[in-house]
Design a protein around this ligand. Structure first.
Ligand SMILES: [Zn+2]
Length: 135
């Protein structure tokens, strides 16, 4: 991860915490083979996807229901150390409507605003709410 993003990520986590939002980091830098495995997901059979995952040293998907598209690109900013993914909440959730800190706005929207304020580009603007990257 590039230094600039490392600093911004730490600032982001702290700023979210001050607002009562717990941030978990689920993904940072990826190797090409990991991105290929993620890209295969939802596009190829579970068997093929798991071949990629095994090759990349990732855990294998157990259920065909998990075999859904999780990335739109092979040219991910994760490959060049310029992106990270989050999950919010003590009870980790991806629910875009949840307002766990009772501020009147959804947690993921609130986190995106905080990220924007720190000079991050929130993925919520392009249909990938857990994702943040450098502009
Ligand atoms: Zn991401």
């Amino acid at each position: 991860m590039v230094k600039e993003l490392e600093r911004k990520m730490q600032d982001f986590i702290l700023a979210c915490r001050k607002r009562g939002l717990t941030v978990g980091i689920t993904s940072t830098d990826r190797k090409g083979i990991e991105q290929a495995a993620l890209f295969a997901q939802g596009r190829y059979s579970l068997e093929i996807v798991n071949m990629y995952r095994k090759e990349a040293g990732m855990y294998l998907l157990k259920d065909v229901k998990e075999n859904v598209v999780v990335t739109k690109t092979m040219a991910s900013q994760h490959l060049v150390g310029r992106a990270f993914d989050i999950v919010l909440g003590q009870k980790k959730h991806y629910d875009l409507k949840v307002d766990s800190n009772h501020t009147g706005g959804p947690d993921y929207q609130e986190a995106a605003e905080i990220g924007r304020g720190l000079g991050l580009k929130p993925g919520i603007d392009f249909g990938d709410p857990p994702h943040y990257q450098l502009p």
